[in-house]
Design a protein around this ligand. Sequence first.
Ligand code: C2O
Length: 534
Amino acid sequence: SLVRHYKFNLVLKNTTKICSSKAIVTVNGRCPGPALYAREDDNVLVRVVNHVSYNVTLHWHGVRQRQTAWADGPGYITQCPLQPGQGYLYNFTVTGQRGTLLWHAHISWLRATVYGAIVILPKKNASYPFPKPDKEEIIILGEWWKADTEAVINQAMQAGIPPNVSDAHTINGLTGPVPNCSPQGTYTLHVEPGKTYLLRIINAALNDELFFQIAGHHLTVVEVDATYTKPLTTPTIYIAPGQTTNALLKADQPPAKYLITVSSFMDAPVGVDNLTNYGILRYPGTPTAATMVLTSPPPLNATAMQSNFTASLRSLNSKQYPTAVPLTIDRSLFFTVGVGVNPCATCVNGSMLVGDINNVSFVMPTIALLQAHYYNISGVFTDDFPAAPPVIYNYTGNPPSNLRTMNGTKVYRLPFNSTVQIVLQDSAAIAPESHPTHLHGSNFFVVGKGLGNFDPNEDPKSFNLVDPVERNTVDVPTGGWTAIRFRADNPGVWFLHCHLEVHTTWGLKMAFLVDNGNGPNESLPPPPSDLPKC
Ligand code: C2O
């Protein structure tokens, strides 16, 4: 294995999209930022220097960070931010992982423009467990606001209302054709007849779950969140923020222009973002005037299609890549996830939206939890995060009136190497809504999923303990539940949150504290000497 060196300079860059310009925070002046390439088991060193006036941290989303919790990156969870002028060396090894992931800023809303791909290739002499593609292509999906995104979220927080939705979606930074605006770049995938392409599709959007289609072609999913899956052939890929999907595309259609669409999946009651972005797949020699073969994007609220797609994914579970789902569980947790309303004297409407898990709305500390844990600093967090909601009710019916959330910086303590099951239930406190939920520091297995209320007596009988898909981000379906399992074999503090940034901002987040074990490689190593201080 090799050591891969990267230099990430955080710099402002004046950028024009959809007929308006603003200065954005970027890595090395680029948005999307540079792709990180490594092979499985390589050591990755990213030297980050902050040349902007914001506090920044970077997160390597989906990298397991075994024994390297200090490099995970969520602000005030594993580290204090890099202040203007500061640098930090993120040092981690991509052990036992291969596939596509993403990196992004993990503080406030800076990931709107600070993001990029992570490509982990198989080990030197290993091959893919599917036919070797002729070419590979990164397709990274994002969102664009005309306004400064820090101002967008600050205003929303002060008013207690949903923030403005984005003004455009992007594919590799390109917005495609925009009405009333001179032509912008349109993403074009040039293919040669007969060749097979591995598309590395990444959803780096803040708040939009997406459907991805290429007209006239099927896509065969072979990997999600850097874990191999059984091949799943589909015309439509659903992908949530934080998720990555590798799919094979065979260029086997007559030469023509084929539309690519990236459309929203959103059944939320507020702040609906229904923009669609367009790209084009082209065969060589297709006249510019050739007619376009069109997609048929699902409707905005295609809930059944979304949950069928995610429920159809299976881990590969081959001899070489076995599925290590825990068969017994030491900790059984039930988490309601949702957004509700609390009174707010200083807010414009006298109330504000709050995100919560088990009625606890997470309050960001002012010292990173991992530092507080390591140095035994008291008063930063409490370890009384509830294992179940305080009020049991009909989660998918009318919520009771006593649902008011409490604020707290609470963690749930997990003994080293314990096996954990979490049933994530959409609490539908205002209305049913999908919550793509992300866990740091571990992948998990998605053992079950359903609509309505989880039934603790019946539903576990149909759990898949053979080939459940392994992921780091999973949708909790609208008005439904998802059950996940993992092994807490990585000492540290690990964030769990909805990857819709607006929900995270409102408090839909918590953290696990995984205690040290007793073996030689089971305890949290000391922090690197350049770890930023708060
Ligand atoms: Cu992709 Cu906690 O984040």
